[in-house]
Ligand binder design. Structure first.
Ligand code: SF4
Length: 74
């Protein structure tokens, strides 16, 4: 299995839980009862499949709290 090219990192201290990222990346993120994103499968660095790289970049760009970053994978 090949390593993902990117990881989506969530800075929980910056996130204010409005859940925009969960709408852009429902394949990777779900919302908890308060609107905060939860990673499907757990953790805070989410492997991003190639087909979702554009959506992940959009989520990073639109996060109002600058709480998301794309990190090199692998
Ligand atoms: S878009 Fe940003 S601030 Fe909003 S829930 Fe996602 S990580 Fe948190």
């Amino acid at each position: 299995m090949t390593e993902p090219r990117a990881l989506l990192h969530i800075d929980w201290t910056a996130c204010d839980g409005r859940g925009l990222c969960t709408e852009i990346l429902p394949e990777l993120l779900i919302r908890d009862d308060w609107g905060y994103p939860l990673v499907r499968g757990g953790g805070s660095d989410v492997p991003v499949p190639d087909r979702l790289l554009d959506s992940a970049a959009e989520a990073v760009a639109l996060c109002p709290r600058l709480a998301l970053r794309l990190l090199p994978g692998g």
